[in-house]
Design a protein around this ligand. Structure first.
Ligand SMILES: [Zn+2]
Length: 253
């Protein structure tokens, strides 16, 4: 992939693509360069200028400057220890990436492309998947655990299945659809119950869960021939497709 003077490759999202979710494919440390692209393309606003000016610290220009500096070699580099200056650079970079993620929604709105509708659609799609998993919670007597899909942002942006006290794991990403999304939703629900409530769910009616520890069993959910299935975490056999769990196949509360 060729890299242009902005440090981006051949592909870069236009603002309307970015607002529709395409930023999930471009790491946030590239967003200031992307903002410079948009400025060059004629978009303009104060937040856009601020984003373009964020110093991520890993630009090609700064890497070139670093190489020049180290060749000059005025100081001896200790071996095996991170340099204070390197630690500072990492911290600055981390802050700048956070700033870019905080700033981007405002940037998009300021130039007329609101990311909220696409994010809401993404969230609604995930809630639909979580609702299917909720059916299984209800069917096994775990209906007191009401799972809500929550947009957690970040890069790439994520939705988690959450309880009031928290969530767990990778959650759901925008590119997931159909059975893949259902697997991620089921994994997110099962993980949240382990992490927040310290309970294993679902548990095979015949074999129970892992005899040692709730985190030691097999993965509870899997994609088998394009269908999301619950598996027995003790022996690995199939319990039921996600959304079709019954009190006969899994232990009830
Ligand atoms: Zn079993």
């Amino acid at each position: 992939m060729s890299v242009d003077r902005f440090g981006l490759g051949d592909w870069w999202p236009r603002p309307e693509q970015a607002a529709a979710g395409a930023l999930d494919r471009l790491p946030a440390d590239h967003w200031p360069m992307l903002a410079a692209k948009w400025l060059a393309a004629g978009f303009d606003s104060e937040p856009l200028r601020r984003l373009a000016q964020l110093q991520i610290g890993e630009s090609l220009a700064s890497r070139r400057a670093d190489r020049r500096g180290s060749r000059g070699g005025g100081w001896a580099q200790p071996v095996g220890l991170p340099l204070p200056i390197e630690a500072q650079r990492i911290q600055r970079r981390f802050r700048a990436v956070q700033d870019a993620m905080d700033l981007m929604p405002e940037v998009l709105r300021s130039i007329g492309f609101d990311p909220a509708p696409a994010d809401e659609e993404f969230l609604a799609r995930c809630q639909t998947a979580v609702d299917i998993v909720q059916h299984d919670l209800d069917a096994t007597g775990y209906g007191r655990y009401q799972m809500r899909a929550r947009f957690v942002g970040g890069w790439p942006s994520r939705v988690h299945a959450t309880l009031p006290d928290g969530s767990w794991g990778e959650g759901m990403s925008r590119e997931l659809e159909g059975s893949w999304l259902l697997v991620a939703a089921a994994d997110s629900v099962s993980g949240a119950l382990k992490d927040v409530e310290e309970i294993e769910w679902p548990v095979c009616a015949v074999h129970g869960g892992h005899p040692g520890h709730i985190w030691h069993g097999r993965d509870p959910v899997d994609l088998i021939k394009k269908v999301a299935w619950w598996r027995c975490t003790n022996t690995g056999h199939r319990l039921a497709p996600v959304g079709q769990l019954t009190a006969g196949t899994a232990r009830t509360l």
